[in-house]
Design a protein around this ligand. Sequence first.
Ligand code: AMP
Ligand code: MG
Length: 369
Amino acid sequence: MDQNEKSRGLLPESKENADISVVSTKRVVLTDKHSLFQMQEMIKPAAEALKKGELAVFPTETVYGLGAGIYSEEGIKRIFQVKGRPSDNPLIVHIADINETADLIHDSAPDLFYKLAERFWPGPVTFVLPKSHKISDTVSGGKPSVAIRFPSHPIAQILINLAGQPIAAPSANISGKPSSTRSEHLQELVGKVEWIIDNGPITIGLESTIISLLQTPPVLLRPGPITVEKLKEIIPNLEFNLKSSKALAPGMKYRHYAPEALIKLVPWTENLSKLVKDVEEYYICLREEKKEILILATAETINYYTARGYSAISMGSRSNLYSIAQNLFHALRTIDALGYRWGIIEGFEEAGLGFALMNRIEKAASGRS
Ligand code: AMP
Ligand code: MG
């Protein structure tokens, strides 16, 4: 029996072993020094392999994705196995040309879709539309709809173009854990995927905004880099109630973004002296219980903690929430990497990008503190 086939779970008898099978991982490292032509040559083998059911981790502008060709059902199934992802949590389908949408959706897209796509694509926003027969139930988690995104990252676009088909890709992390935004985060997928296209740190660091166009008015399913404020310029009546206990996007009911450590979120207040005192109170309280704690602070507050000998790292400056977004998942992962059992994280104002940041932070902390 071909060991490769066995390890990919292509043969029925290896089915129950599929999630523990080991594959050999090839890493392709791409930097700014590579020309477009060099990039294409280096990406080509991974793109070809996607057609045969192999998996490729690749950079996008939001977070690293774990991709399979949408017409390779074996590859799609393996995404769920590798991540330990519940089968009813659908995948986002990535395209490299707005015209590819027509093939993937049932009927024609509403005018509003074209208006939004023209403004925000390629870019960090995903639209949910009724799916065509080309989208398997595995990709859509059994739903009659499909989530589609046209990423702006050149490597993602090259990979999709060379694969000759859209690529379904959730974030490249074990289900429930923080998404991957740096090369070192991809280590957990070595031996589980055939290809890692490594492009270093990711630019944005938060997953795409998701909007459902299945109803009028459209509904925000996940806040992200394209902010509510920007969306409202085109969809003034955009609906959202992300704090409702009723899960809107199927994935929203699952635990997300959480490290092994327990996370305590200290609510934002404009008064930073109060915020640091609130953090300190928790720190001292937990320390008395002999807990090992790391504070996820900001450039504006870190000195307060370090001056007192508390363990703390900075996620970036409050005056530039993009820097916080870039570092958030790395900071959450750092708590585990350094062996701390508790993390105390400062909150942010829920405006602009802060709304998406707090959505991720609240999920990382939910039910654990
Ligand atoms: P991730 O792949 O981890 O970024 O998660 C993708 C998100 O997109 C999940 O939260 C899904 O619930 C959401 N999603 C994907 N497809 C659909 C769909 N057809 N309807 C609603 N939400 C979707
Ligand atoms: Mg994810």
